[in-house]
Design a protein around this ligand. Structure first.
Ligand code: HEC
Ligand code: HEC
Ligand code: HEC
Ligand code: HEC
Length: 200
């Protein structure tokens, strides 16, 4: 076959080259997306827009960055779900933030975060609630059954009682746990304190 034939508008060839082209685009697209999605799942990526916010320091000061085991939990381990569908959905939402980023004046300043902390925290909490805190449960797998002996009696009791409830009445991790990585704004938190609130 003459290579020029590829460019001739012959029906037979064009179907063949379209097929090859289609497979190529598919393969490149698949790996391209995988790489792109993984690149966007590092703390460094998050910090491209949040670099002047105290968020990383807060994590380092919390139990999720400052523990005996030396484990540092990454932003996306809490904020981006591992389940493929939920993951993509959240990624698309984050990509909308690129637009917001350019539109909000002074977004990447500590002053903006301080002024908007409550609203931002509640958005983050709404999302975590919508996925039943599944990111927390990726690590904390034994909260409701077979708890480690080292867990405090209070924690075991609270978790057991919650597990006994009907699924629709059950609380999700973040309903009881606030400020596990960043300090939840104090003043506003007061009025909302429920019977079963746990700080941290
Ligand atoms: C392109 C810039 C950009 C990048 C990159 C980015 N963010 Fe954001 N982020 C924003 C903007 C802008 C907001 C405010 C959005 C709003 O108020 O609608 C925000 C808000 C948030 C919020 C609070 C509001 C919410 O919807 O939950 C969380 C949590 C968050 N970002 C986490 C992350 C994490 C984790 C990463 C890394 C995976 C990340 N961000 C990467 C720009 C960015
Ligand atoms: C990547 C794994 C990982 C993820 C994800 C994770 N944690 Fe943790 N968590 C840890 C580790 C490690 C510790 C520290 C254990 C220690 O100090 O012995 C910890 C400690 C805690 C503690 C006890 C310390 C404290 O702050 O009072 C709570 C409560 C907790 N996590 C809740 C959560 C919640 C809620 C989420 C989801 C928003 C979450 N964790 C997500 C690994 C994780
Ligand atoms: C009904 C409220 C409630 C729910 C729901 C809940 N917790 Fe807790 N949790 C508590 C309380 C209360 C404590 C004890 C806090 C203390 O001792 O200061 C605790 C303690 C913990 C601890 C520390 C345990 C230790 O070693 O003492 C971790 C980790 C934890 N919870 C993770 C989770 C995760 C992950 C989820 C979701 C799967 C969850 N919790 C759901 C109330 C709750
Ligand atoms: C251990 C889980 C965990 C880790 C790690 C974590 N976050 Fe969060 N983040 C949360 C939770 C839960 C909230 C909701 C507020 C709350 O409950 O205190 C939140 C809230 C936020 C908010 C809204 C403002 C606020 O302070 O509440 C932003 C922005 C944010 N996180 C970005 C980040 C970035 C960037 C990183 C990495 C440097 C990160 N988070 C690491 C769990 C985590």
């Amino acid at each position: 076959m003459n290579w020029r034939a590829l460019f001739k508008p012959s029906a037979k060839i064009s179907v063949f080259s379209l097929l090859v082209l289609g497979i190529l685009v598919g393969v490149v697209g698949f790996f391209g997306t995988q790489t792109a999605l993984h690149m966007t799942s590092t703390d460094e990526f998050c910090m491209t827009c949040h670099s002047n916010h105290s968020l990383k320091d807060e994590v380092m000061a919390s139990a999720h960055g400052n523990n005996k085991q030396g484990i540092v939990v990454q932003c996306q381990q809490c904020h981006i779900p591992q389940e493929p569908f939920a993951y993509l959905k959240k990624k698309i939402i984050v990509s909308k933030d690129a637009l917001t980023f350019m539109m909000i004046d002074g977004f990447n300043t500590q002053a903006w975060l301080d002024a908007n902390r409550k609203e931002q925290a509640d958005k983050a909490r709404d999302f975590l609630r919508s996925i039943d805190s599944s990111t927390c449960q990726n690590c904390h797998k034994r909260i409701y059954e077979n708890q480690p002996d080292t867990m405090s009696k209070k924690a075991v009791r609270m978790h057991k009682n919650n597990a006994k409830k009907a699924p629709e009445k059950r609380k999700t991790c973040i309903d009881c746990h606030r400020g596990v990585a960043h300090p939840y704004p104090k003043e506003e938190a007061e009025g909302e304190k429920g019977e079963s609130e746990a700080e941290g």
